[in-house]
Design a protein around this ligand. Structure first.
Ligand SMILES: Cc1ncc(C[n+]2csc(CCOP(=O)(O)OP(=O)(O)O)c2C)c(N)n1
Length: 453
């Protein structure tokens, strides 16, 4: 089989539905192989759009999104999404002489990707594709780049495809779960924090049950919004800032925080202090420790499994003084209501967020770029479902919102999608400017508002 056909067949075996691509001379063989495949080719005008769409696919489906570029790069350094990028490349035997760059092209993605490999033999395609998907999809998910040089793409190959297999994460052992339950039950004002790493389908289901059964008061991060329905008396807010926001009144009063899905790509939701709250870290991976995050107990392994088993241990015995939290919940809700009908013009962002919320259904999707307005959305927009507010609290690139909204609209027919399509994003990211006609079904919101204190 021709190598580019094998490459595309290996992608089909991984369940790839779409490839977001910039066609060019160096990936012609792959494009020809794609022409007769089950994979839909979505041509974008710039690699960035392809990267953002693939990243959003990863975030919404839990499977790797794939983008394909010609000479040049489409990888996105983002450890919050699953992404597999493939690049066409000049002939392998011309390596260094046709890279069209001053610097060694092969080293560029190294600090940006979980792995980056040039395929130098067509028969290695099945194993490299399988390994690329394994790595991209494994916690913490992130970008992987495979380069297929032109001359390798034409080769004849004989290797069979390696199909994906089932894989489960281990669940933390009884001893550490007993210890976590003991500390939670001994605390007087414990709080649950839901971060980006908990934004996974199984984890979200388990967390919803956990909160309903235990009555745990909770707050979330920007990328944890909607994992548990924020329309709840137990919700205390979203930590869009690291300190000094309303929600920090609750955090400052807490003596223990159970931090589920902490991810260092997010702005810290609060700063730990040496004599501050005890923190229990529950995640697939161990905590990356720094001056503001040094949890005293770590429960490592599958989040859904840990949360289910912890819930059984707490079994309605949570000894939490809720009176302060209940009063605070009311106070924050009334603050948000106060500005929601402010009729000044230009409009204040709080009013914009309130109006958007009032016309969007619980499953509809808002996709954002970056800026102060994002803080307002994080704080004031009540998210009911996971994946309904798409933003990066990580490397928040201006210009991501619109391609992200286009992907969301493709994956969610029938749901309304709103992109904040702002002039500033186009100024900061010329590649995105004019690169898209807004799709039917996406409403683009133009900026015309003023910030107030
Ligand atoms: C490509 C890119 N360039 C620059 C930045 C830095 N940046 C972050 S927010 C921002 C300004 C946002 O302004 P606007 O969209 O008008 O929103 P506002 O902050 O006024 O709400 C800039 C330049 C970025 N995140 N991405």
């Amino acid at each position: 089989m021709k190598a580019s056909d094998l490459f595309v067949a290996a992608l089909e075996a991984e369940g790839v539905e779409y490839i977001f691509a910039v066609p060019g001379e160096e990936n012609l063989d792959s494009l020809e192989s794609l022409r007769t495949s089950s994979i839909q080719l979505v041509v974008t005008r710039h690699e960035q759009g392809a990267g953002f769409m693939a990243a959003t696919y990863g975030r919404l489906t839990g499977k790797a999104g794939v983008c394909l570029s010609t000479l040049g790069r489409c990888d996105k350094p983002d450890h919050t999404c699953r992404l597999c990028g493939a690049g066409g490349f000049p002939p392998h035997h011309h390596h260094r002489s046709e890279t069209n760059q001053d610097i060694e092209a092969g080293t560029i993605p190294d600090p940006l990707c979980k792995a980056s490999t040039q395929i130098v033999n067509g028969n290695r395609i099945p194993s490299l594709v399988r390994e690329g998907f394994r790595l991209a999809q494994e916690e913490r998910p992130g970008a992987v780049l495979l380069e297929l040089p032109e001359d390798i793409a034409e080769e004849d190959t004989i290797e069979p495809i390696i199909p994906p297999h089932d894989r489960r994460y281990a669940v933390a052992g009884d001893a550490v779960l007993d210890e976590a339950a003991k500390r939670i039950l001994a605390a007087e004002r414990s709080l649950l924090l839901i971060g980006a790493g908990a934004n996974r389908r199984r984890a979200s289901k388990a967390l919803r049950r956990f909160v309903a059964e235990t009555g745990f008061p909770f707050f979330d991060t920007q990328m944890g919004k909607g994992v548990v329905d924020e329309n709840s008396e137990l919700y205390l807010g979203t930590a869009a800032l690291s300190s000094g926001d309303y929600v920090h009144c609750a955090i400052d009063k807490a003596d223990l925080i159970v931090n589920i899905g902490h991810d260092v790509v997010e702005k810290p939701p609060f700063f730990m202090e040496p004599d501050g709250q005890t923190v229990i870290h529950i995640n697939y991976k161990a905590a990356e420790v720094d001056q503001v995050y040094f949890p005293q107990l770590e429960v490592i392994g599958d989040i859904a499994g840990a949360v289910e088993r912890l819930g059984k241990r707490l079994d309605g015995k949570l000894n939490c003084d809720r009176s302060y939290y209940t009063a605070l919940h009311k106070e924050i809700a009334s603050h948000i209501r106060e500005t929601s009908d402010d009729d000044r013009f230009p409009m204040v962002p709080q009013r914009v967020v309130a109006d958007v919320r009032s016309v969007m259904g619980r499953d509809d999707i808002v996709a954002l770029d970056n800026g102060i307005y994002k803080i307002w959305f994080a704080r004031n927009y009540i998210a009911n479902e996971p994946g309904t507010i798409l933003l990066d609290n990580a490397l928040a690139t201006m210009g991501a919102g619109l391609p992200s909204a286009m992907m969301a609209a493709m994956l969610s027919p029938g749901r309304r999608v709103l992109a904040r399509r702002l002039e500033k994003a186009f100024e900061c990211n010329g590649q995105v400017a004019g690169a898209y006609e807004v799709e039917p079904g996406i409403v683009a919101l133009k900026k015309k508002w003023q910030h107030i204190k």
